[in-house]
Design a protein around this ligand. Structure first.
Ligand code: LLH
Ligand code: MG
Length: 391
């Protein structure tokens, strides 16, 4: 039977824990900052089909542990047709409710991405072309790290202004500030956020689209004060100033601002939760992430949901799968390139990759890879050599 035809089944599901390095530090609240090089452990999920083709996806070790693979992923995938990706995803998703929280969306996404990668490799085509290939490059916005107390880093409104100028000069089509969040000693601070936004607007001029992603736990009154300042400064969108589980608070805020309110980023519930946000008029732009929504398919459905309401849907975060979704939809403007910081070289290639994850060209576009599959640029030789455990 020729490669790419039905009848090819999944014969192995395996995970590898491997050592690599990063120059990112993570603070106690989970925000990334520049740091000294350190060793970290990452994980790779690999699916093998009966013709010997393999599909891979990088994941957090916690999401592809032995128990979830044995308990859910292997029983669903082994012996099944690779090309029945949507059926396999549904079968896995149906197990979520009874899994006592052990089968999360990030596990679904790791599996779904590896299935896409396998399919692309079998057919000799990049995933983004399988999705429709509407565009082969996507304009990027620069997304800063959260504020800090590093002199000359992102410690003051002036630091943000100087950095934003550089980001625009590099070609980025827009700039999004993540401002100061705990555990920074003076955070959160509406006054400081407003000063940073004003300094950046002053530095880049009136024509560069600007966005703000602030604190995540402001009160309604604080979010409104900040949002009104963004209105005066001509910001494009306002992201996650409050707890996203309070849909009423977002409806209340969106009804009072000219600046577009975007969300939800962190709320669970995939497509259905986002439909409720639209129905409640809690956002002007919808938001979805590939890892958090369960994969490429669910993220695409969410973008299509927004399209049906005449809304944009912006993708959270970066990576090859996110870029593939962006290549396939017309109602997302930009790729989120980040998180960026004056003291962090975003384009430095981590040891387990063969190339930088998302370089921009001189006009601020990130290009889709022409490699078959997801095109993540994995160095499988390095990963195999640095593997410390597998199951
Ligand atoms: O809190 C943070 O560190 C950032 O907000 C981070 O989660 C980032 O991924 C984000 O929200 N981007 O939009
Ligand atoms: Mg965000």
């Amino acid at each position: 039977m020729p490669s790419g035809t039905a009848g090819t089944t999944i014969v192995a599901v395996s995970a590898q824990l491997f050592r690599t390095t990063t120059k990112l530090a993570v603070d106690p609240d989970g925000h990334e900052h520049p740091g000294a090089e350190r060793a970290v452990t990452r994980a790779l999920l690999t699916l093998t089909d009966s013709e010997g083709n393999q599909g891979r996806s990088l994941a957090d070790p916690a999401h592809i542990g032995r128990d979830v693979l044995d308990g859910h992923v292997r029983p669903v995938l082994l012996g099944r047709d690779v090309l029945h990706r949507a059926r396999l995803w549904q079968d896995l998703a149906r197990r979520q409710r009874g899994s006592a929280g052990t089968l999360g969306n990030r596990t679904l996404a790791a599996v779904e991405l590896a299935l896409w990668d396998l399919t692309g490799r079998r057919l000799g085509l990049p995933v983004w072309q399988l999705l429709g290939g509407m565009r082969d490059k996507v304009p990027a916005y620069a997304s800063t790290m959260c504020g800090d107390e590093i002199p000359g880093g992102l410690s003051s409104p002036e630091d943000y202004a100087a950095f934003a100028e550089k980001l625009v000069a590099q070609g980025h089509h827009a700039v999004k500030l993540h401002t100061w969040m705990p555990p920074v000693s003076f955070a959160p601070s509406v006054a400081m956020d407003i000063r940073a936004c004003a300094a950046v607007r002053e530095a880049v001029g009136p024509d560069v689209p600007l966005m703000l992603d602030a604190n995540h736990w402001y009160s309604r009154a604080e979010a409104l004060e900040l949002g009104r300042a963004l209105d005066r400064l001509g910001f494009h969108w306002f992201e996650e100033p409050m707890d996203e589980y309070s849909v009423s608070s977002y409806r209340w805020l969106a009804g009072q601002l000219d600046t577009l309110v975007i969300g939800p980023e962190t709320v669970e519930g995939r497509l259905q939760a986002r439909a409720e946000w639209i129905a409640a008029q809690a956002c002007d732009i919808l938001r979805v992430g590939v890892p958090t929504s369960g994969g490429i398919g669910p993220a695409l459905k969410t973008a299509h949901l927004a399209e049906a309401f005449g809304m944009d849907c912006e993708l959270h975060g970066g990576g090859a799968a996110t870029l593939a979704v962006l290549s396939a939809v017309g109602n997302a403007r930009w790729y989120e390139r980040g998180l960026l910081h004056p003291f962090h070289d975003f384009d430095e290639v981590p040891p387990h990759l063969t190339r930088p994850p998302a370089p921009v060209d001189s006009e601020g576009y990130v290009h889709l890879s022409h490699e078959p599959g997801l095109g993540e640029g994995l160095d499988t030789g390095y990963i195999d050599a640095e593997t410390v455990a597998s199951w």
